[in-house]
Design a protein. Structure first.
Length: 612
């Protein structure tokens, strides 16, 4: 009976343990999927044996413009954004051979044909007995122009990093030893620079460092290698070690650099679900954005990624267990108590331009996004923090430069308009002093032409866009000015305008204005002689980037013998020349009065305002 009861209890215990394990696995998978979908890196997951894509996150779909089904089931070299298929196949073979590939400046092409440059990193890791490839792809197009500034910033990060950053020669002689290394290993820089790195080898593995150096010499990078190192006091430290080569552009491999992160405390944490947690931790620690994980109820920080530690200069210990408003950089900014309560209510907040201050007093601007999700049936908060200082600086510079250029263009158009008005005034003075009717007529024609050009510049400097003018406003203004100029002959003429909101650029506007000026002037002077009234109409419309302009009057009409190919006046000769100048066509209809029908091409961007 007791034996029976023992078996029952054991089965019950096993069932309970299995249920907890399944729940824990689901929670860990949820954290992995949450980070996979929200991290601001493009990620591809490939089958490690075949190279076929088995998953892609939303960020890479948005970055390249392809849908998810475009990726799934295809080989890496079948994807269109990698233009060189042979290169992709070679890279895959190298990845399978070495377990890691990295390209710092790889050209890609989006679905829309836009060329971008990316950092492309792939690692192979195992989930159970299956090999998985994770490729992290980051758009560095804008960042290329800041390479030198980034190097300077990396130097600052190295100086304030809590990690041990060590440089050494190919023989293992230490040449650089930062404050993080002093904290972890206990040696000061004065004590250890010049000594061999093997001083850190543990007693049970005295050739560990030598083997690592040999691997680096063979071109085998070591990424986050967990090992044990001996400290100055004889104790052992569990560390995560990243070792890479230092190369000179001319002489090749010249040294070795390593970053050691103290994981002694982390090693004490039980990892019951190793495979799923490995994927989660890899994404969390290799993300190129700062990430904080908070307790939803209290606001206490339960995790922080290395990128944020390096970015802000606070140690891992300064984050853990504290609430956000207890850390100096967040005081009186965003993570105060009121805004934390807002986050608890809404479960999402976003700040596109948040000012922060690093531990060393450096001012930076960040994008700050917080989301709430559940782990082990308990709500947690994930905060993604991205440094946008350089991007903001460049945006401010561009906006300042544009404002200066707009002011300059406005002043230029204003001065041109004033100068043309001075010319018009001088012509008007000459008209008053001239008795010869023919000369007066010629001067008035010249004055009208100057006026049409001055009006273009007046509309440009008064408008919002210095490249385009609105025909709906410009043509009535020109017509009014001409009616006043020829008021003795135009008092009985009625204007009929049908002009929608069409914008044309200055290179088209000036010829069109001069053409309209010549035709209105001719109509006012000749079309209505001997008549008590008359109508002059102007119609414009735009379709398929072609402007159609119709200028017509119901006057006596142009004699049959006069054509634009055989003009008898300077005005008609100008109409023909200006039309050809902007690649237009013109036809004359003499059915009722005179009608000129013009067509002009409109460049891309010169669309009607109705389409905006």
């Amino acid at each position: 009976m007791n034996a029976g009861n023992g078996i029952t209890e054991d089965r019950t215990s096993n069932t309970t343990w299995g249920k907890h394990a399944e729940e824990a696995l689901l929670d860990s998978e949820l954290r992995y999927r949450r980070l996979f979908e929200t991290v601001q890196d493009a990620i591809l997951i490939l089958d490690g044996d075949t190279g076929k894509v088995i998953d892609a996150n939303k960020f890479i779909l948005d970055m390249l413009g392809f849908p998810l089904d475009y990726f799934i089931g295809k080989y890496l070299w079948e994807l269109g954004f990698l233009k060189d298929k042979f290169f992709a196949q070679t890279a895959f073979m190298k990845l399978k051979s070495e377990g890691y590939i990295r390209y710092e400046d790889l050209p890609l092409e989006t679905k829309l044909g836009r060329a971008i440059n990316v950092e492309f990193v792939c690692n192979i890791y195992s989930i159970g007995d299956k090999n998985i490839i994770q490729c992290n792809i980051r758009d560095i197009t804008e960042g290329k122009m800041f390479v030198e500034e980034n190097r300077a910033r990396l130097t600052a990060i190295e100086n304030y990093s809590e990690d041990a950053i060590i440089s050494k020669t190919l023989d293992g002689i230490i040449t650089k030893w930062n404050a993080g290394a002093e904290r972890i290993y206990g040696y000061s820089a004065q004590e250890i620079v010049g000594k061999n790195i093997s001083i850190l080898d543990p007693p049970d593995n005295p050739i560990a460092t030598a083997l690592i150096i040999e691997r680096i010499k063979k071109g085998e990078p070591i990424i986050r290698y967990e090992t044990v190192r001996r400290k100055k006091d004889g104790g052992l430290a569990d560390i995560s070690l990243t070792v890479s080569e230092i190369r000179d552009a001319n002489t090749g491999l010249i040294g070795i650099s390593s970053i050691a992160h103290d994981i002694t405390k982390r090693k004490q944490i039980e990892d019951a679900l190793r495979s799923s947690e490995t994927r989660y931790r890899r994404l969390f620690e290799t993300a190129h954005d700062g990430i904080l994980i908070l307790d939803f109820e209290t606001g206490h920080i339960v995790d922080v990624n290395p990128f944020l530690i390096n970015l802000l200069g606070y140690s891992h210990e300064q984050f853990l267990g504290k609430r956000m408003w207890e850390i100096g950089l967040f005081k009186d900014i965003v993570a105060n108590k009121d805004n934390f309560e807002e986050l608890q209510r809404k479960e999402y907040i976003r700040y596109d331009d948040l000012p922060l201050e690093t531990a060393d007093g450096r001012k930076i601007a960040v994008e700050f996004v917080s989301n709430v999700y559940k782990v082990n049936n308990k709500k947690v908060i994930q905060c993604n923090i991205r440094d946008i200082t350089e991007r903001k600086m460049m945006t401010d510079l561009v906006e300042t430069s544009l404002a200066e250029k707009e002011t300059l263009l406005r002043e230029i158009h204003h001065r041109v308009k004033n100068n043309l008005q001075i010319i018009s005034s001088l012509l008007n003075l000459q008209i008053r002093k001239t008795d010869d009717p023919t000369t007066v007529e010629v001067l008035k024609d010249c004055q009208a032409r100057v006026l049409s050009m001055a009006l273009v510049h007046e509309h440009l400097y008064k408008g919002k866009d210095f490249s385009f003018i609105d025909l709906k406003n410009y043509i009535p203004s020109l017509g009014t000015e001409l009616l006043q100029s020829y008021r003795t002959t135009s008092e009985s003429v009625r204007f009929d305008l049908n002009i929608p909101d069409i914008s044309i650029d200055i290179n088209t506007a000036i010829p069109v204005g001069l053409i309209i000026n010549e035709l209105i002037t001719n109509s006012l002077k000749y079309a209505f002689k001997g008549r008590k009234d008359g109508k002059l109409s102007i119609t414009a419309n735009e379709t398929h980037q072609v402007l159609t302009l119709i200028v017509a009057d119901n006057g006596i009409g142009i004699p049959e013998g006069i054509t634009l190919e055989n003009p008898t006046s300077l005005g008609l000769r100008l109409v023909k020349t200006l039309t050809d100048q902007i690649d237009g066509t013109v036809a004359i209809d003499r059915t009722e009065g005179t009608k000129f029908v013009f067509t002009f091409p409109i460049l891309a961007g010169q669309q009607t305002k109705r389409s905006e």
